[in-house]
Write a protein that binds this ligand. Structure first.
Ligand code: OSB
Ligand code: MG
Length: 374
């Protein structure tokens, strides 16, 4: 495919409410968007890196530099025919997966439009609707959290995930579980515990959690497998999983029984599909994580979640939970059954509000080709 231009932007957008995890609080997002133009078509990609390198080693600024200096010029120098060729073209750059995914996902978006199919079907998706859950940040008090849980259940969400950390865990689970004995409930520690917390973590088994997400180190498999032996509750890995090999290692070592797939963390659609397939072949369910995306990244998550082995409710929820105004049209909505309908129109299936994007843009750069040396 011809690449006429890659335009990179940084947008500043406040969240409708702060989001607190064990590693920090996010109030305002600094979002990178890539707009790739090809023969009259436009593909969009969103970088899922955070403002600081606290969840992963990447950040808004590191991804900006990687795309402008390395990845963008590589893609212009060797334009892919298919999204699936991007990993090979970008392979010389190590890591920087969220930066790579920003470009690769935009190429898949163009390819779907060229083929006249929905992004979901291009990826091999089989669902018409996806089951949705919500990820609830750490709150200032338990009553405040309980009122949020009540509201999200009333809206129809099928699974409640509670962010946790030492001091915001068993008492919180106890209060939520006592009030709603039957709901699908899980927790996410974002690596807040250590192996000496193992006894404490086994006490989580009392709350019938669907899973405990990433309790230990962000880069670990071995100690998670030690911990899983002591827990009834399935461990789900998020931060530790970067590719298909990590997935196979984690399953082989019994470090987890469930896998969270995030497009940015694994480097884009190609690797996300490879992770999905590897887990599926071994009977391990997956679900789609979220990274406080705008509608563009959200629409990519929706398409990905339509693959067969995304059997558990994901963290992909309605635009209005994050943004006063989303940058896509229509915005993402969730039905009273807790489902998002997969668009069947060509491409992502949501229009991009270019006027609003322009107003939110604080930095913009067009990427040029360079001469590859060596
Ligand atoms: O670990 O899943 C996570 C947000 C930022 C960084 C890490 C995580 C999250 C979420 C939010 O849980 C999911 C969402 O609502 O987008
Ligand atoms: Mg997580």
């Amino acid at each position: 495919m011809k690449i006429d231009a890659i335009i990179l932007r940084e947008l500043h957008i406040p969240l409708v409410r702060p989001f607190e995890t064990s590693f920090g609080v996010t109030c305002d997002r600094r979002v990178l968007l890539a707009e790739i133009k090809s023969d009259g078509l436009t593909g969009w990609g969103e970088c899922t890196a955070g403002e600081h390198p606290f969840f992963s080693p990447e950040s808004t600024d590191s991804a900006w530099a990687a795309i402008v200096q390395e990845l963008g010029p590589m893609l212009v120098a060797e334009p892919p025919e298919h999204g699936g060729e991007c990993p090979r073209i970008l392979r010389r750059v190590r890591g920087n997966r969220m930066a790579k995914a920003t470009l690769e996902n935009a190429i898949w978006d163009i390819e779907a439009q060229q083929e006249g199919v929905s992004l979901s079907r291009l990826l091999g998706g089989v669902r018409d609707v996806i089951p949705c859950g919500v990820s609830l940040g750490i709150q200032e008090s338990i009553p405040k959290l309980l009122s949020i849980v009540e509201k999200e259940l009333a809206a129809g969400y099928q699974r409640i995930k509670l962010k946790c950390k030492p001091g915001w865990d068993v008492e919180v689970f106890d209060r939520v579980r006592s009030r709603w004995p039957g709901i699908m409930l899980s927790c996410d520690a974002n690596s807040a515990y250590r192996l000496h917390d193992a006894d404490h973590l086994t006490s989580f088994d009392a709350f019938d959690l669907l899973m405990i997400e990433q309790p230990l180190w962000h880069d670990d498999f071995y100690y998670h497998s030690m911990l899983q032996k002591r827990l009834q509750t399935p461990i789900c890995l998020d931060e530790s999983i970067h590719n298909r090999r990590d997935t196979l290692a984690a399953i082989e070592m019994e470090s987890c029984k469930i896998v969270n797939i995030k497009l940015g963390r694994v480097g884009g659609f190609s690797e996300a599909i490879a992770v999905h397939n590897a887990a599926q072949q071994r009977g391990v369910p997956v679900w789609c994580g979220g990274m406080l995306e705008t509608g563009i990244g959200r629409s990519h998550n929706i398409a990905l979640s339509s693959l067969e082995n995304f059997t558990l409710p994901g963290d992909v929820s309605a635009s209005a939970r994050y943004w006063a105004e989303d940058i896509i049209e229509p915005e993402v909505t969730v039905s009273s059954a807790g489902e998002i309908a997969i668009p069947d129109t060509p491409g992502r299936g949501y229009e991009v509000r270019t006027d609003l994007i322009e107003r939110l843009t604080v930095r913009k750069e067009q990427i040029r080709a360079f001469e590859m040396v060596g």
